[in-house]
Structures are given as C-alpha cells and as structure tokens.
Design a protein around this ligand. Structure first.
Ligand code: 3PG
Length: 372
C-alpha cells in the first residue's frame, strides 16, 4: 500500500478521511487521542502544499453522540488552522473548496449525515469529488472494517494512499501475536466482542461484562434498564461464556461518590460505572500469568475520574507484565493518555476498537482491501 511518501502533494487537492470520532458527554465533544493524532497527517499535508479536504464522522444515527463536527474543528485549531464548512456535497462546500489555497485545510460536516455514506459505489458523494480531488488519503484505520463510501469507494476512483495513523497501525498488525492471547474485553460497543469468544481466555468488563452476567440470569437492577437496547445480545452470549471470567463486584454512583457493591448485592437501584476491587484483583492475577494480552475498551466510565480506577489498574498491570500487549479503542487510548502510564509498557496502542478486533478475529478489512 502506498504512503504519503509516494506522492508529490504540492498544489494537489487531497481528500483526507480521518477518524475524529470522540466521546460526547451531555452534548459536549471531548478532546480525544484520535483528534490529536489526526493533526499530524493534516499538518504534514498542509506543509507539503496540499489543499486538504477532511472528511470524518461522529457517532451513529439515533445515538447521543451523533452530532455535528463543529466542536471538533475547535480542537483541531488548537494545533493547526482548519476551517469548518457546514456542508458536505452542496453548493457551500463546492464554493469553499474552490477558494482554497495551497497549504489550507477545511473540515466538512459529519459524513454520516449523508445516506450515500452507507450505500458505497459511484454515488453522489463520489461524483461530487470527481474533477475536484487529485489524491485520496485514508487515515482512518478504525473505520476500515466498515463498507462505507468514504472508506471503500474513493480508492476506486482516485490515486490513493495511507495517512500516517493508518500506516503506523498497519505496520503494528504485522507484529501482533494472537496465539494464547488473553483478551480483556470492555468498552461501550459490546456487540463487537462476541466474535472473539471461543478458545482464548477472556476477562469481561465494561458494558460487555455486565451483559455476560445478565445472559447468565443475573439481574443487575437499574443497569438492566440502562442496557435495554443491548439486551438482545445477552441471548447470543448465553452459550459462549465457557472461557469468560466475569466481574465479581462493581462500582456505582451513590450520593455523588464511588461506592462498591458485591455482585450478591444486586439487583441494585444504582447504575454501574466501573468494576470493583475484587474484580480488579482477579484480573491483575490473570494478567500476571499471560504471555500475550489484547485489551479492547475501558473497564468503566472513564470520562469521570472516580470511575477510571478499574481501567487504570488493568493498564498498570499490563504495563508491568512482560507479555506482548496490545491496547485498542478510542475510549481506551484516551484513558491510557489520562492515566499518565508510560507508553513504553505496551507493544502497541491502537486508536481502533472494532477494526482491530475484527483483524484479530481473522476477518479481512474492506478499507485495507480497497487501498490495495
Ligand atoms: C470507532 O469508534 O470504533 C470508529 O470511529 C468506528 O465507529 P463505528 O463503530 O460507529 O463505525
């Protein structure tokens, strides 16, 4: 696959697919590692004299984090100047692109606001950029498992290459050791984890751990209500939990403080925000024995400091171990940064959740196939 080194970008119009997808709390987008890292490729392209049109997504339709990219651009601008254009393939976008000079960058609106994004092929999204774009750059490894227009269709019509994030992630894939790997599966997207259940030992945490318990018949009370839209997964999980270690206790929010409850104290009227100390100890012990470790997603709600305890403890244990270690996911890479644990303790820290997980499960990634 080609890299940024393979093109002369001076005066070229570049369509850059970045992944800026970040945590959104009460409508506010939080600054993420994905945003910070994406800046590097944007800066490099600007420096090389390209006109950079950035395309990215935020959230999924129907979810609270499905918002405009207006706030993202403010973060990008902390590091390099980028103009936000509240349009994707309309007259406004065409006009702004037409005005761009070498070394300038614009960010278009959330590409998932367009239906065409979900119907790959030579659709209106692709046609709009024909005659405008010279080179397509994919820097969104974390979306390469999606058969979406901005990932799989552009490479068919434009000379294409990897951005720096994608290049780094692809190089890391070559070194991944998955044999006898201990999987620590958490995070906020539990449906993705199912494909990894089977032979390998799994430590379940995050929403995934809770769903595993529910699938075994445990009633978690208020948390069952919170997980309403994910309960269909509990059924799917039922017969697949042979090698899965489940949480023994949880931290809840009581009187605005962290409060730990043993599993036997559930159902509870309190929602769950982290794993508890007994679970942490159990997981630390498993981590000590592992030769290779893959952790996906945090163990708790890391946007709040008091609920980072489980995730930070697991990360510290992994950093201490001499095992090959792979850390993946947008939320987890943010937690990793917040923990201040040295990156040296990990073999690779990926910005990708689902795409990396699918790679580990042995699936092909359509985004990489398209670039090839
Ligand atoms: C991610 O957060 O893993 C990527 O941005 C992809 O998002 P998606 O799972 O909504 O496609």
């Amino acid at each position: 696959m080609k890299t940024l080194n393979d093109f002369d970008f001076l005066g070229k119009t570049v369509l850059l697919r970045s992944d800026l997808n970040s945590d959104v709390v009460n409508g506010r987008v939080l600054l993420s590692m994905r945003i910070k890292e994406s800046v590097k490729t944007i800066k490099e392209l600007k420096k090389k004299g390209a006109k950079v049109i950035i395309l990215a997504h935020q959230g999924r339709k129907g979810k609270d984090d499905y918002v405009s990219l207006e706030q993202h651009v403010k973060y990008l601008c902390k590091y390099t100047k980028v103009k936000f254009v509240k349009d994707i393939i309309g007259d406004r976008a065409r006009e702004e692109i037409g005005k761009m000079k070498n070394g300038e960058a614009i960010l278009l609106e959330n590409v998932r606001f367009l239906e065409e994004e979900f119907k790959p092929g030579k659709n209106d999204l692709v046609k709009f950029f024909m005659g405008i774009v010279d080179i397509y750059v994919n820097d969104a490894f974390s979306v390469c498992h999606r058969r979406q227009t901005s990932i799989v269709s552009f490479p068919k019509y434009f000379p294409s290459c990897m951005g720096r994030i994608l290049e780094r992630e692809v190089n890391a894939l070559k070194k991944i050791q998955v044999k006898n790997c201990l999987y620590i599966l958490g995070g906020a997207k539990p449906e993705e984890n199912i494909i990894l259940l089977g032979k390998n030992k799994v430590l379940a945490c995050g929403l995934f751990g809770q769903l595993c318990l529910i699938s075994k018949g445990k009633n978690l009370g208020a948390q069952n209500d919170y997980l309403k839209s994910e309960l269909y997964l509990a059924k799917k999980l039922r017969k697949r939990l042979k090698n899965v270690t489940l949480p023994k206790d949880f931290a809840v929010l009581k009187d605005a403080k962290r409060y730990e409850l043993d599993l036997s104290e559930f159902p509870s009227k309190y929602e769950i925000f982290d794993i508890g100390e007994k679970t942490i100890a159990l997981f630390e012990n498993e981590i000590k024995k592992a030769k290779a470790i893959y952790m996906k997603g945090p163990a708790g709600f890391c946007a709040e400091k008091k609920f980072c305890k489980g995730t930070f403890a697991i990360l510290r244990a992994i950093a201490k171990s001499s095992a090959f270690s792979l850390i993946g996911g947008g939320h987890l890479s943010d937690a990793m940064e917040a923990s201040k644990i040295s990156r040296q303790g990990f073999s690779h820290i990926s910005l990708s959740g689902g795409a990396l997980l699918r790679f580990i499960a042995g699936e092909r990634l359509p985004g990489l196939d398209a670039l090839r």
